[in-house]
Design a protein around this ligand. Structure first.
Ligand SMILES: C[S@@+](CC[C@H](N)C(=O)[O-])C[C@H]1O[C@@H](n2cnc3c(N)ncnc32)[C@H](O)[C@@H]1O
Length: 266
């Protein structure tokens, strides 16, 4: 399956900021407690984006692990490198397309992670085969992504506003099924963990910021819902009207992120 996907960095950073401002739980704490990365480890973060997970691990081990972040977006890699310089970290951010062979020898890494990214892979057997190949024996793979019940309220509001089918989201539709099964087939041991984060919006504006950062015109997943800028703005207007109605009725808007973490051992 070929998935046409592009993530503008401003949208990704906006969503991360909203999770931090309005969320009830911290996914970083959950990730670190689950993985407990150690000093001396060799870590690869696939689809690292602006480096969120790479910096998280680097802070956790106080700079004492070897960390590589790989992504195919030069724009996001540049953001990551900029932060690397700013905070004086020594993470290696480099080009990596997870649909192509990973540019590392067999048995290199203790931990290979991928947050909200690798499930966009075209050929899951190939990509997770590569992750398995570059991991040492006993090394761990961690993949996080949305579970099917993720952001129910977000989709319900859009459905009510548009009366249209929500386009299939490769993350949530594939995560618990194809992705879990592929990893389970390739790795010796596989577990599924769950993280819930209730985002409480006191007002419509930050919710609409979140909607825009998810549906942005250049995020190709959603383009079946609008054609061009005017239709996009009309759609946002309809979503805003329904969100206002829900806010008046309930006093707040609560959207629950339900994230799965697949943790596998080679
Ligand atoms: C939702 S972002 C997550 C970024 C980061 N892991 C985080 O948690 O902030 C998805 C990332 O997957 C990357 N990506 C998508 N397809 C890719 C591919 N074929 N190879 C490498 N990276 C890819 C995007 O560029 C983007 O950085």
């Amino acid at each position: 399956m070929k998935i046409d996907y592009q993530e503008p960095s401003k949208d990704l950073l906006m969503r991360i900021d909203i999770h931090e401002k309005y969320g009830s739980a911290n996914i970083d704490v959950w990730t670190n407690e689950l993985l407990r990365p150690q000093a001396g480890m060799n870590i690869l973060d696939v689809g690292c984006g602006a480096g969120k997970l790479s910096f998280l691990f680097n802070d956790y081990v106080k700079g004492k692990a070897t960390i590589t972040g790989g992504d195919f977006s030069e724009e996001l890699l540049e953001k990551a490198r900029e932060k690397n310089r700013k905070v004086g970290a020594n993470i290696d951010f480099q080009f990596l397309d997870f649909n192509k062979p990973f540019n590392f020898p067999d048995n290199t890494f203790d931990l290979c992670t991928s947050a909200f990214a690798i499930y966009y892979a075209s050929d899951l057997d190939f990509t997770f085969g590569e992750a398995h190949r570059v991991l040492k024996s006993g090394g761990r793979l961690f993949v996080s992504g949305p579970l099917p019940e993720n952001k129910q309220m977000f989709y319900d509001i859009i459905r009510e506003a548009t009366h249209a089918e929500i386009p299939p989201m490769p993350g949530s539709s594939r995560f618990k099924g194809d992705i879990y099964n592929t990893i389970d087939k390739i790795f010796a041991k596989t577990e599924l963990h769950k993280f819930e984060n209730h985002l409480t919006f006191p007002d419509v504006a930050p919710f609409i910021d979140y909607v825009r950062a998810s549906l942005g015109e250049d995020r190709k997943l959603w383009t079946s819902m609008f054609n061009g800028k005017d239709e996009y703005e009309a759609l946002i207007g309809k979503i805003e009207t329904v969100a206002k109605k829900w806010l008046d009725r309930d006093g707040k808007l609560v959207m629950t992120k339900v994230v799965g973490g697949i943790l596998a051992t080679k």
